[in-house]
Write a protein that binds this ligand. Structure first.
Ligand code: SF4
Length: 245
């Protein structure tokens, strides 16, 4: 099958991270504003060729230019088309998913992360259910992903996430994935509440870099939590994020 977006090209696009799109090509419903992670606060869009998907941040200075192409769009770099596909509709921050940041504030101070500076709110369970409801009306919702900053303490955050997951599991027969900073019992509690995937982010496996960029967190603790989560959630249901720079 001929691909408009290969794994190699996707890696290149991610390494650049942004694209310049004429506003006439990209209506508001195709844009989303990230509320978590290194890109929090930025406006993003998704392109897919049906096999691979990439998220890029809108940036008029980007070296990647998004242009109309056949019945979709192409990505042009230095005058050459390097990928093509179609814009995808984010149902709730992500195509096919409701991707929800439960707490948009955090007491920690990871150097790459704008969440502590954004100092946002903690969403109520009713708000979260309403967001999932809207996402399911917008298209084929296939999964719910929850992430969160730590508003007060990791333990309190996990307790709240347990309540959120339990409420969502009662309303929706959909896979629920959770990303939080771990606690001693977070895997068991979240699994029992109805989560089927867990993500504890190491960000880097270099202890010196970790200490510098995540001064309030423990890499050893996260790695140990990942190991302990596998027997709870099962193989291929435990993951972690790395940041490449
Ligand atoms: S734990 Fe670190 S990466 Fe996660 S939201 Fe807080 S500051 Fe950001």
């Amino acid at each position: 099958m001929h691909q408009g977006l290969t794994a190699e090209t996707k890696a290149l696009l991610i390494s650049i991270g942004s694209g310049d799109v004429d506003s006439s090509l990209l209506p508001d419903e195709l844009k989303t504003i990230a509320t978590a992670g290194p890109g929090a606060g930025g406006t993003s869009f998704f392109i897919s060729d049906g096999l691979h998907r990439v998220r890029l941040t809108l940036n008029t200075e980007s070296s990647l230019k998004i242009i109309p192409w056949r019945d979709g769009v192409a990505v042009r770099k230095e005058g050459r088309i390097i990928a093509y596909g179609k814009f995808e509709l984010p149902l709730c921050h992500c195509p096919e998913q409701a991707y929800i940041t439960v707490s948009e504030r955090c007491i920690f101070d990871c150097k790459f992360c704008p969440v502590p500076l954004l100092n946002g709110r903690v969403k109520t369970i009713d708000e979260i259910i309403t967001m999932v409801e809207c996402a399911s009306k917008n298209g084929d919702l296939e999964a719910i992903s929850l992430t969160s900053g730590v508003a007060e303490s990791p333990e309190k955050k996990v307790e709240y996430m347990v309540r959120v997951v339990r409420a969502l599991a009662q309303h929706y027969n959909l896979p629920i994935g959770v990303s939080v900073y771990p606690t001693d019992t977070s895997s068991e509690k979240l699994y029992a509440a109805g989560a089927c995937e867990i993500k504890y982010n190491v960000e880097t496996m270099d202890p010196a870099i970790f200490e510098r960029v995540c001064p309030d967190l423990s890499l050893d603790y996260i790695v140990s939590a990942l190991e302990k989560a596998v027997p709870v959630f099962g193989k291929n249901h435990v993951s972690s994020n790395f940041i490449l720079a």
